[in-house]
Design a protein around this ligand. Structure first.
Ligand code: CP
Ligand code: NVA
Length: 327
């Protein structure tokens, strides 16, 4: 990994430990190295080889929202690396009774070698990272889901043989998944076109910073309100739920706003003839995607889900045992 900038929000001032809160502070080379390690670990697992690179290490996993993939892939990943993972549902900890984030971060840092957290505001995660003296990993916030995007990059590289120059069309809500995909594409030279309703566009600050990264990597980033403009000629069509966790009360309004953004076979006809369909899951068939698309031959959603395990194992090794190599 490259050295973190001295003023980075993502580096604890106390310890200079490296966190994974979003893609900021990481280079395209860092991401390529993580993907290479992920592939190495995936191959070793397929051969039944043990890779106990985190023997004796423990990860605390704080969940303030529901999860299937993130919880299971981190817990299994730590086990397969010879370590241990602790599930901490926030309502069952003193966090749920008002213990400060700063105290929680400092206490957990005395017990464990890494903290993974799924929460609402990104500032909550930043506060944990500010006070933790061990690496903090974003397991999803309202604005970022970098673990998902890392697994998606691995999946795309497996299917296309490369990242640079591959065009991804994201159709739907300008949410955490959209933000992390924009950042991931900008760093790796992928092109991304994002189609959202006007009121649900991605955060312009995130887009603007990503545009600067894109200028260095050769990536092209396009924002539009027209799904057909985004999808035309694309190699990948990606969507996510219209109402994310924490937005349940907006579900009806969002249903109306996003009706013309459903990924259907008709929309896919505008994409490249070999285009693939991606979704981070969980999915709502008949809302953001038709059942025939997500359950059809172009869909690689379960490859994405599987790759959460391999990508996160690489991330855990890099953060919890920096300097370690698998082979
Ligand atoms: N894609 C994803 O993060 O899934 P979970 O919510 O099940 O963890
Ligand atoms: N945008 C979704 C992603 C779930 C993995 C959410 O935040 O609920």
């Amino acid at each position: 990994m490259t050295a973190m900038p001295a003023q980075s929000l993502y580096t604890s001032k106390a310890s200079k430990v490296q966190h994974w809160l979003d893609f900021d502070g990481y280079s395209g080379g860092d991401i390529r190295a993580l993907l290479a390690l992920a592939k190495e670990l995936k191959t070793a697992r397929a051969k039944g080889e043990q890779t106990h690179l985190l023997a004796g290490k423990t990860l605390a996993m704080i969940f303030e929202k529901a999860s299937t993939r993130t919880r299971v892939s981190f817990e299994v990943g730590m086990y397969e690396l010879g370590g241990h993972a602790l599930y901490l549902g926030s309502s069952a900890t003193q966090l749920g009774r008002g213990e400060p984030l700063s105290d929680t971060a400092r206490v957990l840092s005395r017990y464990v070698h890494g903290i993974m957290m799924r929460t609402y505001g990104h500032d909550t995660l930043q506060e944990i990272a500010k006070f933790a003296s061990v690496p903090v990993i974003n397991g999803l916030t309202d604005t970022h889901h970098p673990c998902q995007a890392l697994a998606d990059l691995l999946t795309i590289e497996e299917h296309f043989g490369q990242l640079r120059g591959v065009t991804l069309a994201y159709v739907g809500d300008g949410n955490n998944i959209a933000h992390s995909l924009i950042q991931a594409c900008a760093l790796t030279g992928m092109h991304i076109r994002v189609a959202t309703p006007v009121a649900y566009a991605p955060d312009p600050v995130i887009v603007s910073v990503a545009q600067q990264w894109a200028a260095a990597s050769g990536s092209q980033i396009v924002m539009t309100n027209d799904p057909v403009v985004a999808v035309t000629g694309a190699d990948i069509v990606y969507t996510d739920v219209w109402a994310s966790m924490g937005q349940e009360e907006e579900a009806d309004a969002r249903q109306s706003a996003f009706t013309s953004y459903q990924v259907t076979e008709t929309l896919l006809q505008s994409a490249h003839h070999d285009a693939l369909f991606m979704h981070d899951l969980p999915a709502h068939r008949g809302e953001e995607v038709s059942a025939e698309v997500i359950d059809g031959a172009r869909s690689i959603v379960f490859d994405q889900a599987e790759n959460r395990l391999h990508a996160q194992k690489a991330l855990l090794v890099r953060l919890l045992a920096p300097g370690t190599t698998a082979s």
